[in-house]
Design a protein. Structure first.
Lengths: 211, 454
């Protein structure tokens, strides 16, 4: 496991084609690698370096900066409990401690069966729904300890599998730009003033539908 | 004042199908774009200027003015959407992206048309899987329906919007760090000046970086006119604005209110907004504009939600995040938690921030763990003074971006106002090494005046 599969290479090439410069695709491609393997292996980074035309060290440089990229395998379900200020005020820390007890692990580690990784995270933009957590980046709002227990039971029994995909899968809908409808990349050094500005300047600015 | 101003950006939140193209079209969607395309780009730009729309990301810079900073004759230009919402307490852009993605797309299109941007990048925070799905679907549907891509609605206007995800880094919400991230690099801010993104941004080309909420206002402005938008709100803060009220209120929520006329008291206490504190509790402090903002207290409740008034009082409206703390709050612990955030999120590029926030967090952790020493209070201020000399507001900066100085605000707020709580933890306090100047950093009214007030 580790280099991208042929199907994922196809997706990667499509993603790269959307950017004026290939390196811009690096973060989306790292997500793709993580979607494939659940984490980002060294071989995957070497493969991405080939695809983007940079060195593996540059890929590592970017990868290692971002919290979401895991360079070691994590649990099937990554449980991220927010303890930042809005959640702290209404029980986020207690929720985290409850889950530590319940799972028998400290935040930052994985259960021995490899099902859950627990993390103590920063604000996830659900402050009015505190305390909140995410499982594989799917939100759960106003979480009581009882609700958290029920959620863990469901996850372990596979009852949430359709709603919450395995770790690494973010959006299950990919952007598709049909070739015939693409406006095309705006590449530095190869672009002129856009046509709609030129026509407007020439006094033909009454375009709109039906023109 | 609780106004009956129309909902500008949250009008579809009650519709179950608002995230679908059909639901959007059924509720007036893409009318703003059609209006824009019947005008010249300059006319569209003028309409946005007439609205006096201020950026909703935190800095509050006028959007129309920002667009005007692109140097003439330099192509291509880009529009970059900042959907990396992560300031603690802030929750509005995620709702806008999840519940009404077409409104954002329409706003981006209007901006691209006015500015002459031939490509746009919509940067969504990595942790927001549902927002990514909703936007991906909305973009795919918009392409299929001819609202996006080549020759939009037969107008000759062509632009691609590329959906891009982050991967977990608060600092990427800073616009130059976001650009670095979009170029595939570590998300570290660029030094500015000399170059702001409007002049040299993505690939060193002219780039307008706008917040999600800012752009979501544009369809309404084009449909209803900039003048109608400017009729709402106060002179320096036009229109409406989303505020997230969280913490110790009975009705935490995200509310769209008239900008500049509504007060903090309305937002926190009105039954239609925060609904007041829990029974039997009193207000200890509130954060008026995200974790970076100096704290406010009882005496600030009647200030309007208006950038100028809040700034003059020594804090900022920031990202529209109001976090309410009642008298059950441990001020030292709340301070520690906010500082820990900045310590964890420092990108490491500038020494005062990287080292300073880390030390501040460790000293505060020692204090709340029960090992505080009397000299620790002064030590916190000494370190703060090294990150942001003079401890003032707006803060002086020894760093490339404002993240480091942001960690100083909660410390100065908590130490000045709740010095007794620090002393209880630390067993007294030694001499404080610096004078704290920020106007919001005000001590508790003295015991005698409290008695007088009873």
């Amino acid at each position: 496991m580790a280099r991208l599969s042929p199907a994922n290479v196809g997706i990667a090439e499509e993603i790269i084609s959307r950017y004026p410069r290939p390196k811009s695709a690096l973060i989306p491609l790292l997500h793709l690698a993580q979607e494939q393997d659940g984490y980002i292996a060294d071989d995957a980074m070497e493969h991405l370096a080939e695809l983007v035309g940079i060195t593996p060290a540059e890929v590592l440089g970017t990868c290692s900066f971002y919290e979401m990229f895991k360079r070691e395998p994590v649990g099937q379900y990554l449980v991220n409990v927010c303890t930042n200020i809005s959640c702290l005020l209404v029980g986020g820390e207690e929720l985290l401690h409850h889950l530590e007890q319940r799972l028998g692990i400290h935040a930052g580690s994985t259960t021995p069966d490899g099902v859950f990784t627990l993390e103590d995270v920063e604000c996830i933009a659900a402050c009015t729904e505190a305390p909140c957590l995410q499982v594989n980046y799917r939100y759960h709002h106003q979480v009581t300890p009882e609700a958290a227990d029920a959620l863990l039971d469901d996850l372990r029994a596979g009852r949430r599998a359709t709603e919450i995909p395995k770790h690494g899968v973010l959006a299950r809908v990919r952007q598709q730009i049909p070739a015939e409808q693409r406006a095309g990349n705006a590449v530095p050094g190869q672009s002129e003033e856009p046509v709609w500005l030129r026509t407007a300047a020439a006094g033909n600015g009454d375009g709109g539908q039906g023109s | 004042m609780i106004s009956d101003a129309p909902k500008v950006v949250s009008s579809r939140w009650d519709r179950e199908d608002a995230h679908t193209l059909q639901g959007y079209l059924d509720s007036g969607g893409y009318q703003g774009l059609r209006t824009a395309l019947q005008r010249t780009p300059q006319q569209v730009h003028d309409e946005v200027k007439a609205a006096s729309l201020l950026g909703r990301g935190g800095a509050g810079f006028p959007a129309g003015t920002k667009w005007g900073f692109c140097p003439p004759g330099v192509w291509p230009r880009y529009v970059v959407v900042n959907g990396d919402e992560s300031e603690p307490g802030t929750y509005k852009d995620r709702i806008l992206m999840e519940r009404d993605p077409h409104q954002l797309i329409e706003g981006v299109l209007i901006a691209c048309y006015a500015i002459g941007a031939a490509q746009a990048f919509l940067y969504v925070r990595g942790e927001m899987a549902l927002a990514q799905e909703r936007i991906a679907q909305a973009l795919n549907d918009a392409y299929a329906a001819g609202y996006l891509g080549r020759d939009i609605l037969g107008s000759g206007f062509s632009v691609d919007i590329v959906l891009h995800w982050g991967a977990g880094a608060y600092i990427v919400g800073e616009e130059t760090a976001l650009i670095e991230s979009l170029e595939g690099n570590r998300g570290m801010p660029r030094l500015k000046p000399p170059f702001f993104p409007a002049a040299k941004g993505l690939y060193l080309q002219p780039t307008v970086v706008n917040n999600v909420e800012t752009l979501a206002n544009l369809p309404w402005i084009l449909t209803n006119g900039g003048a109608a938008f400017a009729e709402m709100g106060a002179e320096s803060s036009r229109g409406t604005r989303l505020f997230a009220v969280s913490g110790h209120v009975q009705r935490p929520g995200v509310y769209e209110v008239e900008f500049g006329t509504t007060t903090f008291r309305d937002l926190i206490e009105a039954p239609v907004y925060g609904g007041g504190l829990r029974p039997g509790r009193t207000l200890k402090a509130f954060i008026p504009g995200g974790a970076s903002a100096p704290w406010f207290y009882e005496e600030h409740l009647d200030l309007p939600l208006e950038a100028g008034a809040v700034g003059a009082a020594g804090s900022m409206l920031g990202s529209g995040a109001v976090v309410v703390m009642d008298d059950s709050t441990d001020a030292v612990k709340a301070c520690w938690r906010v500082v820990r955030f900045f310590a964890r999120e420092s990108c490491g590029k500038c020494t005062p921030c990287r080292e300073g926030t880390t030390w501040l967090e460790q000293i505060l952790r020692r204090i709340i763990d029960g090992h505080g020493r009397p000299e620790d209070i002064g030590l916190l201020l000494d370190v703060s003074d090294n990150i942001s000399p003079g401890i003032n507001w707006p803060p002086r900066q020894t760093t490339i971006c404002p993240l480091g100085p942001s960690a100083v605000s909660p410390i100065a707020s908590a130490i000045v106002r709740f010095k007794d709580e620090f002393e209880a933890y630390c067993g007294g306090s030694a001499e404080l090494p610096v004078e704290i100047k920020g106007k919001a950093y005000i001590p508790k009214p003295s015991a005698t005046s409290e008695v007088a007030g009873v």
